[in-house]
Design a protein around this ligand. Structure first.
Ligand code: SF4
Length: 162
């Protein structure tokens, strides 16, 4: 858990999250639509910082990118949660996990340094933030992406663009 970025404090300990176009206004003790950003006494927290629900070494073409580092591997990660609730989601079991499991947040505890080390040891040329919507774990993705670039690893953000 880490204090979130991109939010504004309102009156009576309410906050407004500006991370995505939902622009959720969140009362104390409540979460945004993505179910992973929570107002605790007037401070917004990312509940999924470092909580990795999925990690896999994929071909870059699965992202799907064709002309970007073709033929290389991409170390791919996700947390639970999403700002959409698409009926056709192929990863609904993780994207909607908190919604259908009493708001629980699950995942392995990993730091940005550990993610970058795993990417290097798997000979991945990039790290992909994917499977669920990476915007909702943006603080963790950003910290990881900065470290990755320092080590010569590229970053791939597979987003719904909202
Ligand atoms: S990131 Fe989550 S809490 Fe923030 S505006 Fe989007 S859905 Fe709401």
């Amino acid at each position: 858990m880490k204090e979130a970025k991109f939010y504004e404090k309102l009156a009576n300990e309410k906050i407004q999250c500006h991370l995505c176009a939902h622009e959720c206004v969140i009362n104390p003790g409540k979460r945004g639509i993505c179910m992973v950003r929570e107002n605790q006494a007037g401070v917004l927290y990312s509940l999924v910082y470092g909580k990795i629900i999925s990690q896999s070494v994929d071909p870059i073409e699965k992202k799907p990118l064709f002309h970007f580092l073709p033929g290389t591997l991409s170390f791919s990660i996700a947390t639970v949660g999403c700002n959409f609730q698409c009926l056709h989601c192929q990863n609904y079991d993780i994207s909607q996990y908190p919604r259908f499991h009493e708001k629980k947040i699950i995942g392995d505890d990993l730091t940005p340094t550990e993610i970058v080390a795993r990417a290097r040891s798997s000979h991945s040329a990039s790290i992909a933030y994917t499977y669920t919507e990476p915007t909702i774990f943006s603080e963790f993705a950003y910290d990881t992406a900065v470290l990755a670039r320092e080590k010569g690893i590229r970053n791939v953000y597979v987003s719904n663009g909202f």
